[in-house]
Design a protein around this ligand. Structure first.
Ligand code: 5AD
Ligand code: FES
Length: 363
C-alpha cells in the first residue's frame, strides 16, 4: 500500500481528500480504499434484502419524501404475512440478511416488531437488521431478545445545529441519535450509521468531522449516499436553505460520495459498507460498481413488493429498473461479477455475533 495510507487518516487529512480534485491523486485514494477493503473484508459482496415495511412517518425531516409533511402521499403499512413472505423470498434468493426499514410509524409497536422478528428467526437462517428510526430502550431491548441482530440509524450530520434545523421534532426520547448509537452498542446490537453527502448547509469541515466520527463510534456498518433533493420537501423546495460562503458547501455529487465511501473504509477497515442506491441513482450505468471498487462491500437489493415500492419515495427516481425481484437479483449479480467479485454467502456480520439459529433448530 502507498505510504501515505499506512495509518488511518486524521480529520485534517480527510478534509484534504474531500477537497482533492486531481484525478491521479484520487486514483491513489480509490486504490488504497480497495486494498484495505480486500485485506479486511475480502472479495465477497454481501446482499441484504431490503423490505420497506411502512411509509408512515410521524417525523418532519426537511429532506425526506415520506415525512409527515407529505399530505399528498398515499400511505401503506405491510401486514405481518406480507413481510414474512418477503423474508421467505430473501432466504430463497440466498440473501443472508433481511433489513426491515420504515418511517417512524407508531403502529409498528415494540411487541408487534418483536413478534415479526421471532417469526423470521424461527423460520429462516437470516440475520435481521432493523431500521425503524429513533426508538426507546424498551423497544430496542425487546427486539434484541426476539433475535434482532443489527440496527441502522444514520446520524445524517454531526453538526448539531444543522441536524436540529432539518429534524424539527428531534429528541423525542430525550437523547441524540449519537447517544442512541452508543446505547445500541451497549445493548449488544451490531450498529450501523452514516450520513448524506451534500446536505444544504453541510460544509466540507462538517463532512470531514462526520467521517472522523465513524471511527470514534467504531461502526459495524456505514451507509453514505448523496443528498438528492426531493421537490415535495421543504429542503428540496429550497424553502429553508442554509447558504454557506462560497467554497464551503460540501457537494452532493457522485465524486464526493465516492470520496466519503473510500475514506469511511480507511477509518473503519472492517465495517460493512454498502454501495448505496442513492449513489447508483446518480450514475445508473456504473455507480453501484464504482462504489464497490472504492471501498464498499455490500449491496442492498430492494425486495419490497412493487405495489408499495413507488410509495417509499424518500428521494425521487431511485435506481432500479427491474420489474421483478428476480430481474433485480440477476442485475446485481451480473454487476458484482463484472468487476471480478463474488456474491457472499451467509449473514456477513462484522463480529461473528450474529445469532442465527443452527440448521437443526429451523422448523
Ligand atoms: N436524499 C438522499 N438520501 C435521503 N435519505 C432520506 N432522504 C434523502 C434524500 N432526499 C436517506 C437518509 C436516511 C436514509 C434511510 O435515507 O440518510 O437515513
Ligand atoms: Fe435492481 Fe439493477 S439493481 S435493476
Amino acid at each position: 500500500m502507498v505510504d501515505e495510507f499506512s495509518a488511518k487518516p486524521t480529520t485534517a487529512e480527510i478534509l484534504r481528500w474531500l477537497r482533492e480534485d486531481d484525478p491521479a491523486r484520487l486514483a491513489r485514494l480509490w486504490a488504497a480504499a480497495d486494498d484495505v477493503r480486500r485485506q479486511n473484508v475480502g472479495d465477497e459482496v454481501h446482499l441484504r434484502g431490503l423490505v420497506e415495511i411502512s411509509n408512515i412517518c410521524q417525523r418532519r425531516c426537511a429532506y425526506c419524501g415520506i415525512s409527515a409533511l407529505r399530505t399528498d402521499l398515499a400511505r401503506y403499512r405491510m401486514t405481518p404475512p406480507e413481510i414474512l413472505d418477503c423474508a421467505a423470498a430473501a432466504d430463497a434468493y440466498g440473501y443472508g440478511t433481511v433489513v426491515l426499514q420504515a418511517g417512524e410509524d407508531p403502529e409498528l409497536t415494540g411487541p408487534a416488531i418483536a413478534q415479526l422478528v421471532r417469526d423470521i428467526k424461527s423460520r429462516h437462517r437470516l440475520a435481521v437488521t432493523l431500521s425503524l428510526g429513533e426508538r426507546g430502550d424498551d423497544d430496542l431491548r425487546l427486539w434484541l431478545q426476539a433475535g434482532a441482530d443489527r440496527y441502522l440509524l444514520r446520524f445524517e450530520t454531526s453538526n448539531a445545529e444543522l441536524f436540529a434545523r432539518i429534524h424539527p421534532s428531534a429528541g423525542r426520547h430525550g437523547r441524540s441519535r449519537i447517544e442512541m448509537l452508543h446505547r445500541l452498542r451497549e445493548l449488544g446490537y451490531e450498529v450501523g450509521s452514516g450520513v448524506m453527502c451534500g446536505i444544504p448547509g453541510q460544509s466540507y469541515d462538517d463532512l470531514a468531522a462526520d467521517i472522523a466520527l465513524f471511527a470514534t463510534l467504531d461502526l459495524d456498518m456505514i451507509g453514505v449516499g448523496p443528498y438528492i433533493p426531493h421537490p415535495h420537501t421543504p429542503l428540496g423546495e429550497q424553502v429553508e436553505i442554509l447558504r454557506l460562503p462560497a467554497g464551503q458547501q460540501a457537494p452532493n455529487d457522485e465524486l464526493t460520495t465516492y470520496k466519503a465511501v473510500a475514506l469511511a473504509r480507511l477509518v473503519c477497515p472492517q465495517a460493512n459498507i454498502p454501495s448505496t442506491t442513492a449513489l447508483a441513482t446518480l450514475n445508473l450505468a456504473e455507480g453501484r460498481e464504482l462504489g464497490l471498487q472504492r471501498g464498499a462491500n455490500v449491496v442492498m437489493p430492494n425486495i419490497t413488493p412493487m405495489a408499495y415500492r413507488r410509495l417509499y419515495e424518500i428521494y425521487p427516481a431511485k435506481a432500479c429498473i427491474a420489474e421483478t425481484a428476480q430481474q433485480c437479483i440477476q442485475c446485481m449479480q451480473a454487476r458484482i461479477e463484472s468487476i471480478g467479485r463474488r456474491v457472499g454467502l451467509g449473514p456477513g456480520g462484522r463480529t461473528g455475533r450474529t445469532k442465527t439459529k443452527p440448521a437443526e433448530d429451523v422448523s
